[in-house]
Ligand binder design. Structure first.
Ligand SMILES: [Zn+2]
Ligand SMILES: [Zn+2]
Length: 243
């Protein structure tokens, strides 16, 4: 068996500097992994039942056409939204390290989780391009990267799809959604997104990627901009689903 110089170097580095789990700091034996097996087992994957529109997990006995009261009251602009796992426990720790701790090496691991979600929920759909929630240029400069772009890049590569880069932008900086209630979140991102008039969305079915979805106000505002610019379908996929 031959081994490439890059793999050999990575083996040596793993030996000299053993990787530890980003959550519990135990040693990680699987190559290329940054979360140990025990922490992966504590990630709460989202399975049925959930709202067929926004993908929000639901309790009890419901059928696959169930639409939650939020979607009835304020029908989303996107066609469907799905998330890989609940934003809690090890996943929350991992996403925070990725997003705020600049641990961009976690993009691969989170991207694998997101890609599995895309495969399960959108595997039968014809997706023309992958796009992502943009950051305002000021925040992009401060953070130095856009976490959603890194995730979208992973999904686009894995599925051999076009990544529609820089076709979407924020028209103004918006305060973080984290501390706002649902109506304030909607107001905060209202008309905050625009699409460059290059015809890249016209009649196309797009997969919109974000890291976390809570009330869905942000992805909904982006979907509105995409639909107004002529998108045929907007399907949303996020790594985490907050409450
Ligand atoms: Zn761990
Ligand atoms: Zn819903």
């Amino acid at each position: 068996m031959s081994i490439s110089p890059g793999s050999a170097l990575s083996l040596v580095l793993d030996f000299v500097y053993p990787r530890s789990c980003v959550v519990c700091h135990r040693a990680v034996v699987e190559r290329g992994r940054h979360l140990c097996w025990e922490c992966w087992c504590d990630v709460s994957l989202i399975g049925f039942p959930f709202c067929s529109w926004c993908g929000d997990p639901a309790a009890g006995q419901i059928d696959s056409h169930y639409v939650c009261s939020w979607c009835h009251r304020l029908p989303p602009q996107y066609d469907r939204a799905r998330s890989a796992a609940r934003y809690e426990g090890p996943l929350q720790h991992c996403v925070k390290a990725f997003k705020y701790g600049k641990s961009t090496h976690l993009a691969h691991e989170l991207g694998v989780l997101l890609e599995a979600c895309v495969d399960v929920h959108y595997g039968g759909e014809i997706i023309d391009a992958v796009t992502y929630v943009p950051l305002h240029s000021r925040r992009r400069r401060d953070r130095t990267f856009n976490q959603s772009r890194l995730l979208a890049t992973h999904v686009a590569r894995a599925r051999k799809l076009e990544l529609s880069d820089a076709g979407l932008y924020r028209t103004r900086p918006t305060p973080s959604q984290a501390l706002l209630n649902a109506p304030a979140r909607r107001k905060n991102v209202e008309d905050a997104f625009a699409v460059k008039p290059t015809g890249w969305v016209n009649g196309r079915s797009l997969l919109l990627i974000d890291d976390i979805m809570t009330t869905g106000a942000t992805v909904d505002a982006v979907a509105r901009a995409l639909k107004e610019a002529g998108a045929h379908r907007v399907w949303v996929a996020t790594v985490g689903r907050g409450v």
